[in-house]
Design a protein around this ligand. Structure first.
Ligand code: ARG
Length: 572
């Protein structure tokens, strides 16, 4: 059980009695004691009383005897709380026997759709898709572990006007040749060749336009070529997912085209609800509260003037399907921040149409860009956007080389496995450990470093604990009595008890850097503990107790990294 929560639950009723209204005690870790509450300070003005006297009265009324060794008023009116060693030991012992490490299954499981990755057919995945894939996969793992029904929705861009030129280019190349190019993963070359012809050749442009019409009209021969493009691209994306070690499978593709049959009913529903207005020949919804720079209301175009449907219509259909047919109540959209406005308009229109009403709600899990060392958008040497696979392969190659260097005894297969776990882990962790709302700089040296807030550091901490057990020749006894003697030991125990609180918070905010920061703190606390407290050289009960702390730390690190999608090899 999370200590902050435990102390909050004890203090809250006392505060309420003193203040005559519900008060959040705001319990935080502190330098002075284990924990501190500063709520009395905030109440002083409201109650017209000195904060110290409020704090003293709260202490009088709070039941803390079994939990705290010291509970005192300090400074202008802080409450300083020091947890009793016995209580701490008891809580850690309980944690050790809990397979869920103190994290409860959600009391009210819900259906959550995580819309993530969403690459585009016949186009290379770029680094923006990397962020979406990595953050979305962490969200899916976390919410599933909490007992929610998670639907992974890979909103593949598999429809729209570019398919006219793509299909024509495919037909020009011949199916065999095109399949060959696409399966090599050279999607960009294919796309660019099509684009170049489109720009240069009027006849090709005209053929492309007719293809779009044939595609939308359901022409069988055209659909077959289109499917070929989609299948080849899906196969390629699945290979990237495999390399990236994410949980997306072939079953999770839910492309834009899968909503085609729902588009006309969506527009009909909007019309019936009186929400459609015509603007320049297009059918639009104008959700209230959205204005452009000129102050004019912003339209969401659901049917273009040529009768076609675009991105907004598909997203409306997707919402209607997700809440209506899948019964989802939480819709997550893990998409870059530049699309924020699009989603706000879509959510607002869906709410007006009655497809997104409480308890159902949608959240844009936005993120910034990945920057190159020069602080600009990441580009390859030739100035093009960086191929995701190239990035991943480089990470694995660098990590494998480092693993060999550090540990020359590593066999070929093991070096490759470690290199993969560390390289991919480093890429994912660099992403997840930075505040997703901000841009971050891709820095190979830093992300592969064994020091600092990195995946290799945490993986190393894990493998070091596992090596303790290899040397001990035994596992930890989960029912060992826990005795906490040294300050470093207490500090580690307090960190271990903090896991459930962080997980609960991140399940709400989806700010995974908070989980990363927690794991880093935990590993650092372990390191300090291991430096000061002999484990294998300790005798009897103390040794058992310390082995249990080691084991718990390894389990929390492993589970925490699993939630971030990062592997924990037994040895590095
Ligand atoms: N294909 C889009 C892109 O590459 C991302 C799709 C995001 N999901 C959605 N439901 N619109 O930008």
């Amino acid at each position: 059980m999370d200590l902050e929560k435990l102390l909050t639950d004890r203090l809250a009723p006392a505060f309420e009695k003193v203040a005559g209204l519900p008060v959040d005690p705001v319990v935080r870790r502190s330098q002075r004691a284990d924990f501190q509450s500063d709520a009395a300070l905030a109440l002083a003005r409201r109650l017209g009383r000195p904060p110290r006297s409020i704090a003293a009265e709260v202490l009088d009324r709070a039941e803390l005897g079994d939990l705290c060794a010291v509970a005192e008023v300090s400074g202008p009116g802080f409450l300083n709380l020091t947890v009793a060693d016995r209580a701490l030991g008891g809580l850690v012992a309980a944690l050790a026997t809990d397979p869920r490490l103190g994290v409860p299954v959600a009391a009210e499981p819900e259906t959550v759709v995580v819309d993530y990755s969403g690459p585009n057919v016949a186009k290379e995945m770029h680094v923006g898709h990397l962020r979406s894939t990595v953050i979305g996969d962490a969200a899916a793992r976390l919410l599933a572990w909490l007992g929610h029904r998670v639907v992974r929705a890979n909103h593949l861009g598999d429809w729209g006007t570019p398919f006219g030129m793509l299909i024509e280019h495919l037909a020009d190349l011949g199916e065999a040749e095109a399949a060959q190019e696409l399966s090599m993963g050279d999607l960009d070359a294919f796309y660019k060749a099509a684009r170049a012809k489109f720009d240069a050749d009027e006849a090709f442009r005209e053929r492309s336009r007719q293809r779009v019409v044939a595609l939308q009209g359901g022409d069988e021969a055209t659909l077959r070529l289109w499917r070929l493009l989609v299948e080849q691209s899906e196969r390629y994306f699945l290979a990237v997912y495999e390399l990236l070690d994410v949980t997306l499978t072939a079953r999770d593709f839910q492309g834009e085209s899968s909503y085609n049959d729902l588009l006309a009913p969506v527009v009909a529903d909007l019309d019936r609800a009186g929400l459609l207005r015509e603007s320049d020949g297009a059918a639009c919804v104008f959700p209230p509260g959205f204005a452009g720079r000129d102050g004019e209301p912003l339209p969401l175009i659901v049917r273009k003037s040529d009768g076609g449907y675009g991105y907004p219509a598909t997203d409306l259909a997707a919402i209607r399907h997700r809440t209506g047919s899948l019964g989802a109540t939480r819709l997550l959209y893990v998409v870059g921040l530049p699309q924020r406005r699009h989603f706000e308009l879509v959510y607002a229109a869906a709410a007006q149409a009655g497809w997104l009403v409480p308890p159902a709600r949608a959240e844009h899990v936005g993120f910034g860009s990945i920057l190159g060392p020069d602080g600009r958008m990441l580009r390859s040497r030739s100035g093009e956007s960086v191929k995701l696979v190239a990035l991943l392969e480089e990470a694995v190659a660098r990590a494998t080389a480092l693993a060999r260097e550090r540990n020359p005894d590593l066999g070929e297969a093991e070096a490759a496995e470690v290199g993969r776990a560390v390289g991919i882990g480093a890429i994912k962790y660099a992403d997840l450990s930075s505040d997703r709302h901000k841009d971050y700089v891709l820095d190979w040296e830093r992300m592969l470093s064994l020091d600092g807030n990195t995946a290799p550091y945490l993986q190393y901490a894990y493998s070091r604990i596992r090596s303790i057990f290899r040397r001990a020749g035994t596992a930890a006894r989960p029912d060992a009595a826990v005795s906490l003697v040294e300050p470093a030991e207490r500090a580690l125990a307090i960190e271990l008890l903090g896991f459930s609180g962080v997980v609960a918070e991140v399940a709400r905010s989806l700010d995974f850097h908070q989980l990363a920061a927690y794991l880093y703190r935990l590993a650092a606390a372990f390191s300090a503990f291991y430096e000061r407290c002999p484990v294998l050289r300790a005798g009897g009960e103390l040794r058992e107790s310390r082995l249990l702390l080691c084991d718990l730390t390894a389990r929390v690190l492993r589970q925490g990294l699993y939630l971030l999608g990062i592997r924990t090899p037994e040895r590095l």
